[in-house]
Write a protein that binds this ligand. Structure first.
Ligand code: HEM
Length: 607
């Protein structure tokens, strides 16, 4: 192309019928111009050293002559050609870099945008058993990122050198409006203190008992909707039902408020819609270099984000105000409520001055919204993928029901009450739900394995990153520069054959069970769906509790069938939701299987 450019200059001068003004070529003189020419372009001498061009008055005259003879179009062609050559060289120079090639200024944005809808699979394709760490260049506003699926690197980043890998301002600022300065978007002492207080509250027996009751209550509500859909043989979006349920439960457990998303009419709840929109817009900032500009002008998506945040804030501050009032006026301990907000507000009232100072209305608002996003989206998304797996693997569903029967030892008469179409009556569902205590759920090893297998293949948080505080070197030798993002990718890790065997892509809950049929956890830095190290998920046990409660209730009474032709695809967002929801029909589960199980008394014979 360079050659074409030079030729075009000569052709143009010949076409014009004028010879260069040779008389003006003067003596060699002055102005030595030093250029560094890359070897790859073949412009350097054989030793590859610096080239010396001497600018003489003759050559200046020649240049002036050419400049005067060449048309604007030809200049454009020349410049574009030179630019394309440079671009080719820029891309060629990266042939040994692990990961997708980058473009100047915009990094790998083209590739990211082109693969946006299949981002996690595209990222997975960048890794292999041999190539476990890659470099990814975002647009200039985000900088470079190192992504790894190597458990040794993951352990180093999340635990061994934890201090060097905070979340970092750049990432936190992208989601600041939603998360504020809550536990998800803080580092250092502010994070430490929130973690300390939250860990204490999360592990309290009172909260666990309260949560179990709430999960049971709303699990029953969800299953009653399933019974209605079974009666009408109508298709419906199961992901939507799961999201409604988890918003209701997080609001009840988080601040003792009834959102009513699972009310019989399945109403539209503005809080829920705004929450989703803020989540979506915040995530898009990753590939939108103009978002700050839009925010400054209050236009487009940034304007919508502001409106939604206001709806969330109005609701949340209202709840906090009411709660403070209730706590202040109440003398009776029982009236205070077991929800998290009551407990924190109570701490502010009675507790140490430090905590009181920490939990201003704004801090409580951030705490609540962090808690909702932590508990609502992750659990609902995982349940949706779990039910999707049940539509693909009915044999796994049968085993789950076998185990349920074995563990609950439910009498055969339990299904006496049914509707004409065969779906269970409300009292049957409620009766069964009472058998699902914290202890019973703890004995459902196969169900626990099926949920873990779902999280292995469809981790709710599919990729997560930190930001390096200082230059560093990862255990596999990858160099990290201060300010680089360093991420681990649970989605890709869960599908790596070197970690999970040749059947890594198959859904096989049995891989999580030991010889005695009991659940056996995998190493923390191999199965990273809940992160690991000092910032490991605080709600893991609570999430399993709710997922097991809901799955046990639903699977016990119904079989799930995907609507033919319904596309199941993830949405590229902070949390792995399904883009088109999960359209299913349900049918009452056949009781013949249950009776066979009872007759054969298969206690303990599960795989
Ligand atoms: C299947 C369900 C869940 C999954 C897969 C999950 C996964 C995760 C992951 C990957 C993180 C690290 C995020 C990051 O640092 O950016 C995290 C953090 C956290 N999770 Fe979960 N989570 C789930 C459910 C829950 C629930 C139900 C709660 C609470 C009710 C919860 C509370 C938290 C909190 C408070 C943190 C922040 C920990 C910290 O930064 O110190 N999670 N979770």
């Amino acid at each position: 192309m360079c050659i074409y450019a030079i030729e075009s200059i000569f052709v143009s001068s010949q076409r014009s019928g004028l010879d260069p003004p040779r008389s003006e070529f003067g003596k060699q003189s002055s102005l030595p111009l030093h250029l560094t020419a890359p070897r790859a372009m073949g412009l350097n001498d054989s030793s590859g050293s610096l080239l010396n061009f001497h600018v003489t008055s003759e050559s200046v005259s020649l240049l002036t002559y050419f400049v005067s003879r060449v048309s604007t179009l030809e200049w454009c062609v020349t410049l574009v050609s030179a630019f394309l050559v440079w671009l080719w060289w820029y891309r060629h120079a990266q042939s040994k870099v692990a990961g997708p090639k980058r473009w100047p200024l915009i990094g790998s944005t083209f590739e990211l945008v082109a693969n946006w809808d299949r981002m996690h699979d595209w990222l997975q394709e960048q890794f292999s058993n041999e190539q476990k760490t890659i470099l990814l260049a975002f647009a200039a506003h985000l900088g470079d990122a190192v992504y790894t699926v190597d458990p040794a690197n993951v352990e180093y980043v999340l635990k061994t050198n934890f201090a060097n890998y905070p979340k970092g301002e750049m990432q936190c600022n992208l989601v600041r409006e939603l998360f504020g300065v809550g536990i998800f978007t803080t580092d250092g002492d502010l994070w430490k203190e929130q973690r300390r207080v939250s860990s204490y509250e999360f592990s309290s027996r009172t909260l666990r008992e309260f949560s179990t009751d709430v999960f049971r209550e709303y699990g029953v509500k969800l299953v009653l909707h399933l019974a209605r859909f079974a009666e009408s043989t109508q298709a419906f979006d199961l992901q939507d039902l799961c999201m409604r349920m988890t918003l209701d439960t997080t609001c009840r457990i988080g601040f003792g408020v009834e959102q009513g998303c699972l009310a019989p009419s399945l109403p539209n709840v503005p809080f829920s819609q705004c929450f989703d929109e803020v989540n979506y817009i915040s995530f898009h900032r990753f590939i939108d270099p103009l978002w700050k500009f839009k925010r400054a002008l209050n236009i487009g998506s940034e304007r919508r984000l502001k409106e939604c945040v206001k709806t969330l804030d109005d609701f949340t501050y209202d709840v906090i105000g009411n709660k403070r009032q209730k706590i202040t006026s109440s003398t009776n301990k029982d009236e205070k409520g077991a929800d998290l907000l009551s407990r924190f507000t109570d701490l502010c009232k009675n507790g140490e001055k430090q905590i009181g100072k920490m939990y201003t209305d704004t801090a409580l608002r951030d705490m609540i919204l962090n808690f909702i996003i932590a508990g609502r989206d992750t659990t609902a998304a995982t349940l949706s993928w779990f039910f999707y797996m049940m539509t693909c693997h009915p044999d796994v569903g049968d085993k789950i029901v076998e185990e349920l029967y074995t563990v609950t030892q439910q009498p055969a008469a339990d299904h006496q009450h049914t509707h004409p179409a065969g779906s269970p009556a409300e009292e049957t569902i409620e009766e069964f739900s009472k058998l699902l205590t914290y202890e019973t759920l703890g004995n459902l090893h196969y169900l626990h394995a099926a949920l873990s297998e779902t999280l292995r293949l469809f981790p709710a948080v599919s990729a997560d990153a930190k930001q390096a505080a200082h230059d560093d070197v990862l255990p596999d030798g990858t160099v990290v520069k201060k300010g680089d993002m360093v991420g681990y990718v649970p989605y890709s890790m869960g599908r790596l054959t070197s970690l999970w065997g040749d059947d890594a892509l198959d859904f096989k809950p049995g891989r999580w069970l030991g010889k005695n049929g009991h659940f056996e956890p995998q190493p923390l830095f191999k199965f990273t769906a809940f992160q690991a190290g000092p910032r490991t998920c605080l709600g893991k046990d609570s999430a399993y509790l709710q997922m097991k409660m809901t799955a046990a209730l639903a699977m016990r009474f119904f079989s799930f069938h995907l609507v033919p032709g319904h596309p199941v695809q993830y949405q590229t967002m902070l949390i792995l939701h399904m883009l088109h929801g999960l359209q299913v029909t349900v049918t009452p589960r056949s009781y013949s299987l249950i009776q066979v199980v009872q007759a054969n008394s298969i206690v303990g014979s599960l795989p």
